[in-house]
Design a binder for this molecule. Structure first.
Ligand code: FES
Length: 150
């Protein structure tokens, strides 16, 4: 079926089954590989995108549920004022090690700071909960979030 979606402010029409995960629509149908596949089970956060301001696991989000909503991916996050600050802080702090999980981390951090501009340590823990980093860059992630929060 043809499904209208909006990705990074651009309207797109995708031909897909409604239960196809948004992750695979982005990667396979829209040629946007920035959103990563980790576990495919909602457990690692590598596939995180922002849907109408909320961080979601795109591997667990049927494309039909994203129809008519604003989808933001790592490719478009810098166009958001908060996302731009997050990306700049990530670069300043030099957060990534292998980098695989970092798109998801940045998307969760952007959603967190959009909802909670001055997060407490508990807010950061809560907002980033479930975004796993096998290189354990967590200390730098927290520093970058604090820097982006100003
Ligand atoms: Fe979606 Fe791991 S790939 S949460």
């Amino acid at each position: 079926m043809a499904i209208p979606i909006t990705v990074n402010r651009k309207k797109r029409m995708v031909e897909a089954e409604g239960d196809k995960p948004l992750l695979w629509v982005l990667r396979e149908d829209l040629d946007m590989p920035g959103t990563k596949f980790g576990c495919g089970a909602g457990l690692c956060g590598a596939c995180t995108v922002i849907l109408d301001g909320v961080a979601v696991r795109s591997c667990q989000t049927p494309i039909a549920d994203a129809a008519g909503k604003q989808i933001t991916t790592i490719e478009g996050v810098s166009a958001l004022p908060v996302g731009k600050k997050v990306v700049e802080a990530w670069l300043d702090i030099d957060v990534p090690q292998c980098g695989y999980c970092q798109a998801g981390q940045i998307m969760s951090a952007t959603a967190l700071l959009t909802q909670t501009p001055k997060p407490s340590a508990d807010d950061i823990l809560g907002g980033m909960n479930g975004n796993i980093c096998r290189c354990a860059t967590y200390v730098r992630i927290e520093k970058a979030i604090r820097k982006a929060a100003g």
